[in-house]
Ligand binder design. Sequence first.
Ligand code: SF4
Length: 81
Amino acid sequence: MSDYEIPPPEPKEIDEKLSMELQILASNAVLKGHPSGDEKCDNCLYYLDPTQEISYCWHQKLRILVGGEWWCQWWEEIPEE
Ligand code: SF4
């Protein structure tokens, strides 16, 4: 029997890098984890699939997964057809 213990998981360098990049991106977008009044990702033009609680935001400055209840300064009304 070995005394070797598996070390607890730790964030790697790539995680620190991605975390920093995403924080800058979120900060530029003024991205919040809650709605702003009636405005939220769920009813924004850029939210790809409003039937999902989490979906892809296709705004060119974001292109990340966001939550339906989130909001950012680039919120845009869905035009009526
Ligand atoms: S542009 Fe902003 S408000 Fe619209 S889906 Fe993307 S993150 Fe949400």
